[in-house]
Design a protein around this ligand. Structure first.
Ligand code: ATP
Length: 507
């Protein structure tokens, strides 16, 4: 098992052992690609939502919130293009009986060529030492140029075949590139078929009269169909955004890699409505804003990158992904799309209603253009775990801790009486009831103090406060820092300010 696979495995087992994420329906042997969030997971998840909501809605004057229903009129999904085009091309390997997304098999092949380019660059940088000019080498090396034209050729072919629904040619491309199944190692593939990712269900008590509905595959359509309701009721002027957090459902063909790809997940989406013609300016604005949001949480630059799309979705005129370096490589964490007026116009056509904005500046009516930012809450949760998982080994014992940004930590402070007697628990509970009004606190009196510290490290609590006999005499406590393990004796009254400082918002 590679080091990277090992890291993901450690994170999965840590998540289960410490009550972050459980496989859904586990006592019935689980159900693939569904997960439950445990007592510490739900706190972390809520904190991520809160941080996003505050920075995207509450701290801004130009974005308002919405919470639309999961079930919507089935015609919405026809107008949005999901009934006809929300498909993945799937292919099976006849020997392993494993199913894959045909485009992912090809993209993984391209990823391997990119790794070869990185290797060439590393080798050259070693050879040339401090004189090495990465950009120049990238442009002039004949080998790298060959790799780049190979990538271009493959992706052009793939995009054109997929766009034109020429699935026989997609299969031939997989054969030509000699792409084998990672499990069986063979090239024995079935034909490529389209598979719609929406879950269908019925509503109504009499089965033959019941209507067919879909569970929403994205939250965005709830925003589009409420555009006029929100704009008028909140008296918003363009440019402005509507944000919402909610569940989305996709019948993913392959759901691997833990909570990265689930069949039921949560999205945090914002649609920003702008004047036609200004969308690319706003697209660039949101690209920067969103990257800065991750940086404000201390996520390192080297683990984040943009991936601009060459193959655009049917509704977009510009698109990029913000990718995070998960243990299984750089993968999409958030999509930013310039969606033109596609959605509002489609709903206007389907309903025969006018969905337009009257611009008082120019005294004209127009259909606004839209820039969307869409982040997967569960993927962000996984990114936070991957970024913060740490193992320290001082030779004697291993310490595992989660260096979660304090603003996201499930608990901000653990309050621990040194021993379970001598009035220390009573004093500690008194402190708990004072601090809990401002911060989420954890109280624990079982086990040795060392064990309790380790447990708080494992769930990412930035501070532990210990109440001992001296506290009873002079109202001082020790405060221990999760990351440095340093301890300091302070006055109990100073606690609130010290913790508050660590929790400040940076975005
Ligand atoms: P992918 O290419 O990984 O399937 P996508 O491009 O289909 O993702 P979008 O439709 O742009 O994803 O959805 C916006 C965000 O929702 C994604 O960036 C991702 O964070 C999240 N998301 C999408 N599908 C899933 C899923 N199956 N499980 C968890 N999160 C998801």
């Amino acid at each position: 098992m590679s080091q990277k696979e090992q890291t993901l495995k450690l994170i999965i087992s840590h998540s289960k052992e410490y009550g972050f994420v459980f496989p859904s329906s586990e006592i019935y042997d689980g159900i693939s690609a569904f997960y439950d969030y445990g007592p510490f997971g739900v706190e972390l998840k809520n904190n991520i939502k809160k941080y996003w909501w505050q920075s995207m809605v509450q701290f801004r004057l130009d974005v308002v919130g919405l919470d639309s229903a999961i079930f919507m009129h089935p015609k919405i999904w026809k107008a949005s293009g999901h009934v006809d085009a929300f498909n993945d091309p799937l292919i099976d390997n006849k020997d392993s009986k494993k199913r894959y997304r045909a485009d992912e098999l090809i993209e993984n092949y391209i990823r391997k060529i990119n790794l070869k380019i990185e290797k060439e660059i590393k080798k050259a940088s070693k050879r040339f030492g401090s004189d090495f000019d990465r950009d120049k080498f990238h442009k002039t090396s004949p080998r790298i140029n060959n790799y780049l034209s190979e990538i271009k050729d493959i992706s052009n072919k793939m995009n054109s075949f997929l766009n034109n629904e020429e699935f026989k040619k997609v299969k031939d491309l997989i054969y030509d590139l000699n792409i084998v199944c990672p499990v069986s190692g063979t090239c024995n593939w079935t034909d490529v078929r389209q598979f719609n990712l929406m879950f269908g269900t019925k509503v109504g008590s009499v089965s033959d009269e019941a209507s067919n509905l879909f569970l929403r595959p994205e939250t965005a359509q709830g925003i589009f169909v409420n555009f006029l309701n929100v704009q008028k009721s909140a008296r918003m002027k363009i440019p402005f955004g509507i944000a919402q957090i909610g569940k989305a459902f996709r019948n993913e063909i392959i759901a691997r890699q833990f909570i990265f790809r689930m069949r039921e997940f949560e999205q945090m989406e914002m649609q920003f409505f702008v004047e036609p013609g200004s969308e690319i300016k706003w697209f660039e604005y949101w690209k920067k804003e969103r990257l800065n949001w991750y940086k404000s949480l201390g996520i390192s630059d080297s683990n984040l990158k943009y991936h601009d799309h060459e193959k655009l979705a049917h509704y977009a005129n510009a698109a990029t992904d913000i990718e995070f370096k998960f243990p299984f490589g750089f993968k999409e964490l958030e999509g930013i799309h310039s969606r033109t007026d596609f959605d509002l116009s489609s709903h206007a056509n389907e309903t025969n209603k006018k969905i337009q904005y009257f611009d008082p500046k120019s005294s004209t009516n127009y259909t606004p253009y839209v820039v969307e930012t869409s982040i997967g809450l569960d993927r962000m949760f996984l990114a936070v775990l991957c970024e913060s998982y740490r193992e320290d080994n001082n030779g004697k014992e291993k310490r595992v801790y989660l260096k979660i940004p304090p603003v996201l930590s499930p608990f901000k402070v653990a309050i621990l009486p040194l021993v379970k007697k001598d009035n220390l628990p009573e004093k500690a509970k008194e402190l708990y009831h004072t601090l809990i009004k401002d911060f989420n606190c954890y109280y624990e009196e079982k086990d040795s103090i060392g064990k309790r510290y380790r447990r708080q490290d494992a769930i990412g609590t930035p501070f532990c406060v210990t109440i001992d006999h001296e506290t009873l005499e002079n109202n001082t406590v020790t405060i221990r820092d999760r990351d440095t393990m340093s301890q300091e004796r302070i006055n109990m009254e100073d606690l609130n300010n010290i913790i508050k400082k660590k929790l400040s918002f940076n975005c």
